[in-house]
Structures are given as structure tokens and as C-alpha cells.
Design a protein around this ligand. Sequence first.
Ligand code: ADP
Ligand code: MG
Length: 678
Amino acid sequence: MPEPSPADPVQFVKGIGPGRAAALERLGIRSAGALLYHLPRAYLDRGAVRPVRSVRAGELVMLQGTVESVVVPRRGMLTAVLEDASGRIELVWFHAPPFLGKRIFPGAALLVTGTVQIRRRPQIPHPEVESLDESSDPAAILPCYPLTEGLTNRVLRAALPPAVARYAPLLKDTLEEVLRTRHGLLPLDEALRAVHAPRTLAEAEAGRRRLAYEECLALQRVMAKRRQGVHREEAVALPVDDALHARILQRLPFRPTAAQARAFEEVRADLAQAHPMNRMLQGDVGSGKTAVAAYAMLAAVAHQGQAALLAPTEILAEQHGRTLGAWLQGSRVRMALLTGGLPAKERRRMLSRLEDGNLDLIVGTHALIDGSVRFRKLALAVVDEQHKFGVLQREALAAKGPRPHLLIMTATPIPRTLMLSVFGDLDVSTLDELPPGRRAVETRIVPEEDRASAYAFVRREIESGRQAFFVAPLIDPSDRVAAKAATLLHKEVEAAFPDCRVLFLHGRLPRAGKEQVMEDFRRGRAPILVSTQVIEVGVDVPNASVMAIESAERYGLAQLHQLRGRIGRGKHASTCLLFSHAAEAEDLERLRILASTQDGFRISEEDLRLRGPGEFLGTRQHGLPELRIADLAKDLDLLIKARQDAQSFPHRPSGSPAPPSPRRRPADAGAPRPPGGS
Ligand code: ADP
Ligand code: MG
């Protein structure tokens, strides 16, 4: 028999074979080494199994017992009685997947997890079940793997411990010994043993942490390299002396908050360098980011450079145009607004002025990124609501001419783990304070039966001169999604407020139509605006005091927080109404979090925990090694350590090969990463 090697095809691993190898291939696993990096997504701790008799309503429990009887009350539904030495409990599936019948039969030994309800009898609706072969190894901790058709937990639980024993010692541990011991991490082979065959949950976690740390370190090394790269690039310095500083501040119609003043100074220090600024400005909705953008742009213009402000929607671009126009009234700054709908002739004129240097400041939408847009001397670019853009788009703007200074802004506070991982190449300024006079927004969850009284409340607000937003997630009704469409909501609101003018804004309106609707609402010509989510970002109507959100459970927390940020901007007490049919406990939990706090950072952390990082990344194509093992909701400490270590240990020691990998990643994209696909 030949010597084993981690590069061996996975089918030769004992207990796998050709059929299961094909299933594993679908998960991107081709080699024995890659199989070792197929990590459990969770563990069942049989030590935590409870006697059936002891369970209480609402508890999440694990039970072990035998199926006593099975009933199919109607097609698709399945109920079973599970019995242990202490008692019985009913398991119920309202929509039973077809394969379930094979596992649930009288006499089957099961491990069951789920939340207990007490109806007439105690029951567990839609539990997770594991078949327990009585003869199988009674390990206390059962790993649960990501699976695919033709692959079961039982197969992997049997195959992995021997595979680890055979192949793990052959893997080269590329993590520097000194880092490993500094953080008390396990050697590679022990870590793999710990994740696949743990004796305790703590041991499994210790194994996972070692592998997750390694992943974080690879990421941070790429990041450190990028940061160095940017710091080596050259840009035109835009020093702001005290006179210029004062002149810019005079343009603002208010006194900056302390947080804004701090951000000004941070931007000012960046711009004084002959290297490009690469800064993210994060601040909750309404924290006054526009003023910071204006500060940076005016510094550029004062140095005869051009500045561009990129906004994700026309409504927002127009609003920025209006704001800046007002602040710059009477100045010599030549400003223009470039959006997609501009007539061709006007557009051509504008572009040639831009190219000739006869425009100083341009505000625009995606239209700004177009290849036909050329600057004479773009010194600074601002990207508002960065998550609406990809990095490539950002870079397309930055590539217009010599490297400009870059300020990117986000109204969704980025949880620290993400800041340290995917956004780690940016410097950060934070506006953690709202301008004075902001009123807290009261947030109420409105069940359907309270709709009438909620409408009565809205009516009172309107009668005292306020305005109200109504927002629905979709334009048209859909069978697939159980959410109220905006068209329906529009009709309903018109019927409920027959004496009021009700405006309707949605993405399909022509550009001029949208502008007109927003203008009418801003000017108070109508008390109610029904809208799809197009108003999510940046709309400023201080007289609006109600934000009513339909089918609120359909939104992410960060989105809801953004929508709520549209109100509470004036001097009036404001209320956010969350209409919801939320049946799922988790949906309700999300809404309750929102109702309980207005702290954008707290909300972001919760969103990350509940929905994963997707919401924050948007269309960001970050080109960084992805994190598969590290968990952005809980591995903050590892990311921080890895970031520090990446500074002091920038490279892997030479001569140590990367682990075997069927699909090797680029050398600097993190060699010490698990092999195998994603
Ligand atoms: P953001 O873009 O961060 O959501 P904006 O820049 O649109 O916030 O500012 C929100 C509102 O607060 C605007 O009406 C703006 O004029 C006002 N504002 C900003 N900074 C201050 C300040 N320091 N004092 C008073 N009002 C301010
Ligand atoms: Mg804004």
C-alpha cells in the first residue's frame, strides 16, 4: 500500500468510497486533506439530554428516546410519540419532508432537539431529529456537518476520526509556533482532532478557534499589505490651514457637533499628506455626514482641485445638490448635478466643463462612473452610502486621473468585526453624536388588530400639521411573498384618509415624476407619502413625524433603522409604526430590538448576529479571502489579535509550504487557509 498523503483522492478515505466522494465533490471536497477541513457547523451534546418529564413550555431541549407510534393525520403532516424512561412527548411536523418517514417509525431511536409547546399535551413542533443507531459509538458530543444529498452525518461521524488520525499528522502546521503559544492555540493536528472528535464542547471550541485564528491572520496579512500599498501611493496634498478651516466652517449653517469637529480634524490630517486619504466615515442616520463631505470637498476646491460626490439614488443626489447649493450660495465654487436623466446636450456641456476644469464640484449618481466622464484634476471623491456600491465602482471613480483622496460614508454603522475584516484597509472616523435638538423616535409594533387605532393616531398627527411616510416592501402584489405591496397600501391609505392628498412614490415612476413627488412632499403640499423603499436613504423632510412600515418583518434591522431615521429630524415628537404579521419568534425578536433602542451600533451588531454579514457588504466585491471558519458575530478577539500579529509577523516563514490544496489560492491571499472549495 502506498504511503498516505493529504492529497489522496477523498474516495480512498476509509468509509467514503466513490459514491460519497461524488457527493463530497459537490461540496468542493476532493482530497483527504480537504475532508479534514470540512468542519462541523454545530454539535449535539448528549450530556445535555433531558428526561422527557422535565420539560417546560418554551424551553429549547434535547431529548433522547424511542418512537412509540406514528400518525399521518393528513397528507404532508406527521406526528409521532417519543418515549423515554420518564414519559412521552408528541413530535409534530405540519409540513413533513418526504424523507422523514424513513427515519420516524415505531421503534426508531432518536435524538430530538426543538422548542417545547404545551397545547393539550406537551409537544415539539418541527423538531430536528437524529437517528441513533443503538449500536453506534455512544460519543457524548456529536458533530453535525454541512451535508448534501448522498451524505449523512452518520457517515461523516464514522469516517472523520480515523481520517484525522491518518492524515492530520501529515499536514504541515504553517502557523508560527510563537503566535500559536502566545494565544494558547492548539497545534494543527490536535485542532482537527478536537473539532471532529471532541470529548467536550470546550474542546471542540478550542479546535475551532485555532483554525479560525489562522484564517483571520491570513486575512489580516492581505489587509496589512494593502494598507501599506495605499500608504506608498502618491496623491496631491491638500493642506487646510487655519484660515481655510475657518472659511469652510463659515459656510455651514450650524455649529458642528463635537463628533463632526473630530471628523474634520481627521480628514484634515489625512489631506495634509502626499498620500491618498482612504477613510470611511460612519455615522448613524442624521448624524451630519454631509457636512464632513463638504469639508473635504471644499478643501480640494480651495487647492484648485475638483471634487466629486457619488450618491446611490437620484433623489439623494438631488438632495445633496440642494444642500450644497444652499451652503455655497454666493461663493465662487462652480457646482453641477449629474444624473442619468440629464438631456444629452446639457450632459455634453457639463462633461466638457468638467474636463476643461470649469466645474469644481460635481454631485451625481452612477452616471458619474461612466467612462465618458473625465476630470481635469479630480482631487477628492466622496462615496455616500457605500454599501450601495461595489469596490470596483468606487475604484472606477478613484481611477479618474491621478489617485484622488477618498472619503466613503456609511449610515449603517459597521460592527467592529467587519470593520476589522472586510473593511480593514480603511481608516475610520465615527460620528457618534446627533446634532442637538433631535427627538428620540418612539417605535411601536402594531399587530393587525390595532391598525385602525394606529391610523387614528396618524390622523391626529396630520391634523396638527405633521406629515407621514407609509412604506411597503414591494411595488406589486406577489404570490410568492406574503407582504403588502405598495400599490395595495396606496389604495388602502387613500381609502383610510379620504380627505387627504396621498402621494405615491416608487422606482418605476419616471425621473421627473419622482422629483415632483418628493418636491411636493418636502413642501408640505400633501400630508402623506406612500412609497416603496426608494426613500430608504437620505431623504430629509423635518416636518414628517410618522414612519409607518408595512410588513416590517420583511426588512433587515439595519434597513428598518434607516427608514426610521427619516423621522425625528425636526422639532416634533416622532413615531415609527411597525405593521407586522410576524409569526416567527425570530422576526418578532428583530422588531423588538428595534423598538428598544436607537443605537445604530447596537442594531448593527444584532443584525450581524441574526442575518450574517451580507447586509453590510452589499455589492462590495472585496477580493479578500473569505472567512469560513471564523464567525464575524463572535470572533472579534481573534480578529484583533490577528491584526496585531499581521503587523509584527507580516509573512509566513519561508520554506513552509501551504497546506495541500486542490484549488490553491493566490499566494498572498492567505496561504495558511483550509484547502478545498467553498
Ligand atoms: P446624514 O447624512 O449623516 O444622515 P445629514 O448630513 O443629512 O445626515 O444631516 C442631517 C440633518 O442634520 C440635516 O438637516 C443637517 O442640516 C442637520 N445637521 C447636520 N449637522 C448639524 C449640526 N451640527 N447642527 C445642527 N444641525 C445639523
Ligand atoms: Mg446622508
